[in-house]
Write a protein of this length. Sequence first.
Length: 338
Amino acid sequence: MLCYPYSYLLLQIIIFAFMFIINRPQTDPYFNIASEEYLLKILDKDCFILWQNEPSVIVGKHQNTLAEINYQFVKKNKIPVIRRISGGGTVFHDPGNLNFSFIRTGRKEKLVDFKRFTLPIIDVLQSLGVDSKFEGKNDIKVNGLKISGNAEHVYKNKVLHHGTLLFSSQLDFLNKVLKVKPDRFQSKAIQSVRSEVANISDFLTKKITIREFREKIIKHISGIHQNVEFYSLTENDIDLINQLVTEKYKTWKWNFGYSPKYSFETELPFPKKPVKVKIYVEKGIIRSIESPKEQEHIVSKLIGVEHDYNCLQIILKSVESLLENNGMNQKDLLKAFF
């Protein structure tokens, strides 16, 4: 049991007089991201949620998805890419990463408070001998290395605060997923601030499993609240969350098309000489392409098409003979757009 001064305990009781605790077993990233929005908007109680995802990329609400991910690597490894409702940067989830979420009701002007929501997590880490600190705008770090990124979303008089906890994540894989060409895309989208990361397990003096770590967090959260009730999603909850998954979180329109308008330059692999073009995209749709006049008969076929691999593949397949006559390879041309 962690020991705290009376003022700290009183503060926690005032902030979280009653709370549901949801220890979620589902690891489907689409379901888990959708459930946060559902619980925020439907549940009439404050709650704390612990959850894990299968390998997936989670991008911030106001980001250009393609600018944040190594698209070819993500596609090759069939990694789901999902946009969340909170701002902030892109993160990678896998079973070695533990996610925590707070949903709290309060006064609008006092809802956003990153330090308040990360404090209980830092206390658990400190109790395990991990000298963690809240640093910058939304990170928990150890020796300057990031172990947790956090984000928030306000809905009416409620706030969703959620954060990652890199416990035993595949950091090499994480770095490959998020390896991007800097400044390739031009837009007003929020860009991720890349930080050097580390796993919590590397700083533990006494080794524990991620399951034990999860249990310690739940025990601590339960201990600092006056009234706690464990809540399991009902069949109706699950049906409505799955509906939200289908209608929103599994759609290209939300995960990619929602990106702020952007432009990018690329080289089309014409056989005699690569041709530089500039492409303008808005609401996920290719609106215009600046290219030399002699290539307009090819690139014009792509205007009005979603900047989506499958859509572009279909269009290029329909003009395959035109591409072949110009000595172009469909696969190489597709890569140039991503």
